[in-house]
Design a protein around this ligand. Structure first.
Ligand code: ZN
Length: 77
C-alpha cells in the first residue's frame, strides 16, 4: 500500500513538473510575418497573410489565398 502511495505521489509530481520541463524554445525574435519559420505571403487580391505552402500560385507568379481570389484577380475584379 505504501508503494502505491509513493507511486501516486511520483505521478502527481511528474504531471506538475512536465510542463516546466517542456520549455518553449528561446525566441529568436522572428519577423512578424514569420510563422513557425515558414514564409508568410500576402494574397495578391485581398492581402491576407498565409503560409507559403497554403497559397495558390497563379501563372503570373502571384500568390492567392483561395481559388476564388485567384479567379477574381484573373478577371480583373
Ligand atoms: Zn485572398
Amino acid at each position: 500500500m505504501k508503494y502505491l502511495f509513493v507511486l501516486i505521489l511520483c505521478w502527481i509530481a511528474w504531471r506538475l513538473l512536465r510542463p516546466a520541463l517542456r520549455k518553449p524554445p528561446p525566441s529568436r525574435a522572428p519577423p512578424s510575418r514569420e510563422h513557425d519559420g515558414e514564409r508568410m505571403i500576402a494574397c495578391a487580391h485581398c492581402g491576407i497573410y498565409a503560409p507559403e505552402r497554403e497559397m495558390l500560385r497563379a501563372k503570373n507568379g502571384r500568390c492567392y489565398c483561395s481559388p476564388e481570389h485567384r479567379a477574381a484577380a484573373a478577371e480583373g475584379a
